[in-house]
Design a protein around this ligand. Structure first.
Ligand code: AMP
Length: 365
């Protein structure tokens, strides 16, 4: 295995990106702007990231031969999604540095180990309990109380693999419907706001956080981000400190997103960590047009062994996700004064599918 400290790309070198969605596409575009090439590996022939790179491999993540060929063509490997199969990660890291280190995935692919890790750092989360059967769900409900949210430990996103449980619900039915053998029950957090911090960490341990972002979801999917979040400055500092502490404890190299709940407390609002995303994050898309360095560029800089940027925000920024049929309005957005439109080049829109986003920046006076 090659240490992250040894990575020092030169312009013209190639970044390998696992995953071909919009995040991979925007990473590849950021790499290109810095004079780097990208090679995208994805099993989906319609990957939006394939459209913006010259080198792509369309193969399954279980295809070790294809992974090895991919690795031999690149100088460093990164990923745009957290569910990279362990066998794929091992095959790749035997040949090229993989950043962030795949050990990070063990912590973040599993909601229980992630929550244990965050709590061990002295950072708060919702109360939680391990659930492996209908009987243990009953025990968990006694411990955590209701309302609560039952979540699969793995492979959940955008509200998938989750069930809200209220007083009087049939626990056997809820457990059967989740169709899993490993879940956690989380206490329902009566949050005031949801915020996130996008942090970048370089191999030498330098951490740079973007301004805290406020996030609004619709149907469990991010719809709007606002930067900066309308929260007290001390709370914003605390949110950034939490993200930095997490990045340091993971010995992280690259960009990560930390989602937090702002909850009312007797002594003012408090923060609880909801989730860590070991990758660039939708709530950081505003940085593409709203800051001097984007989250995608920061990630590429970090994994290339280059200095991180010191992002300066250009003003009050709003990011609107174009989800499903929202994409049909792209003509309206194209003529909206001050709007910057990003379309991901995905063929067909489906309900809940992220098709693009728009950034609007209200400049500082
Ligand atoms: P997650 O997939 O864990 O990020 O959850 C998706 C969304 O569901 C979050 O952004 C919240 O809006 C909501 N949510 C998740 N967990 C909780 C919780 N414990 N209490 C309240 N709302 C939650």
């Amino acid at each position: 295995m090659i240490s992250s400290k040894q990575v020092a790309l030169k312009p013209g070198d190639t970044v390998g990106i696992l995953g071909g969605g919009q995040l991979g596409r925007m990473l590849a575009l950021a790499a290109a702007r810095l004079g780097l090439k990208s090679h995208v590996f994805s099993p989906d022939p319609d990957s939006p990231a394939f459209d913006v790179v010259q080198h792509c491999t369309c193969a399954e993540y279980a295809d070790i031969e294809a992974l090895e060929l991919f690795a031999s063509d690149v100088d460093v490997i990164t990923y745009e999604f957290e569910n990279v199969p362990t066998a794929a990660a091992l095959a790749l890291q035997a040949r090229r540095p993989v950043l962030p280190d795949t050990k990070v995935l063990e912590t973040t692919q599993d909601r229980l180990s992630e929550k244990n890790f965050v709590n061990a750092l002295g950072i708060g989360t919702a109360g939680y309990a391990d659930v492996t059967s209908a009987e243990s769900l009953r025990q968990a409900v006694k411990k955590i109380g209701l309302p609560a949210v039952l979540k699969t430990r793995r492979f959940g996103y955008d509200g998938k693999g989750q069930a809200m449980i209220r007083e009087g619900d049939d626990l056997d039915a809820v457990w059967a419907a989740l169709a899993t053998r490993s879940a956690i029950l989380e206490g329902f957090v009566p949050f005031e706001k949801e915020v996130s911090v996008i942090a970048a960490r370089s191999a030498d341990g330098h951490v740079v956080c973007f301004d805290v972002t406020e996030n609004e979801h619709q149907n469990h999917i991010l719809k709007f981000s606002y930067a900066p979040a309308a929260i007290p400055a001390a709370l914003a500092d605390e949110a950034r400190d939490i993200a930095a502490k997490i990045a340091n404890a993971l010995n992280y190299v690259g960009v990560l997103g930390v989602e937090l709940f702002v909850v009312p407390g007797a002594n003012g609002p408090r923060l609880l960590v909801n989730e860590i995303a070991p990758r660039v994050h939708n709530s950081g898309h505003w940085t593409l047009d709203g800051a001097s360095v984007s989250q995608f560029e920061q990630h590429i800089r970090a994994i290339a062994g280059w200095p991180l940027g010191n992002p300066i925000r250009h003003g009050q920024v709003t990011m609107t996700n174009l989800i499903g049929d929202d994409i049909l309005d792209y003509g309206k957005w194209l003529t909206m004064p001050g709007a910057t439109v990003h379309l991901y080049g995905k063929g067909t829109s489906r309900p809940g599918r992220k098709m693009g986003h728009v950034t609007e920046v209200k400049p500082h006076k």
